[in-house]
Design a binder for this molecule. Sequence first.
Ligand code: URA
Length: 218
Amino acid sequence: MKNKTKLENYFNFIKQQPNGFLYYDKKKHHKINKKEKLEKIKIKYEKCQNCPLANLGRIQVVFGQGNPNAKLMFVGEGPGRDEDLKGVPFIGRAGKLLTKIIQAMKFTRQEVYISNVVKCRPPNNRLPTPEESQTCKNLILFNEIKIIKPKIICTLGACATQALLGDEFKISKSRGNFYEFHGILIIPTFHPAYLLRNPNAKKDVWKDMKKIIKKLDE
Ligand code: URA
C-alpha cells in the first residue's frame, strides 16, 4: 500500500513536469551541476586573501570563463590590466589574438574554457612567484579542471606549462607535444603575448592548433 502511494505520487509528479517522462535529463542535470560547481568556486574565492597578490593592487579576482562542458581549455599566466579592470580573462591585446586563434579553429570563446594559473593581476604584469602560482593553482585552477574535465588543455607559455607539467618542461622543447595529466591531454604552445613580439612564431602555434583540432575529432 505504502509503495503504491509512492508510485502514484511519482507518476503525478512526472505528469506535472513540462516534458513529461523526459523531465529528468541526466546529461542536462550533470551540466547544471558543473556550472553550479564553478559558481561555488567563484563565491568562495571572490575576496581571496590566500596569497600576496591579494594585497598588491588587484581590482578583482579574474576567474576562468567559458563552457563548463568544454572539451578544450586554454590556460594562461595571469590577468593583465584590462582583465583586472573587466574581470574577464584574455581580453587585452594578447587576449584578442587568442580569440582570433580560437575563431580560426572554428570555435567561439563561449565553446571553450579560458583560464589562468593565477587569478589576480601581478603588479606591473610581473611573473607570478612560485608561491603565488602554487597557492592559486591548488585552490582554483585544479578545481576548475576537475569540474570541467576537458579532453585537452592547451597551456599558453612557460608559466602555465610548468604549473601543470613541472618546472623541467621548457616551452621551446615541449611545445606542440601532447602530455598526459590525470587523464587529460596537455599541449603546450607559445603565449599570445609572445606572438605579439614574435609574429614569426604564429606558424608554429597554428601547427599546434591543427594537432588539437585533429585530436578533438578522434
Ligand atoms: N595574459 C594571460 O596570461 N592571461 C590573461 O588573462 C591575459 C593576458
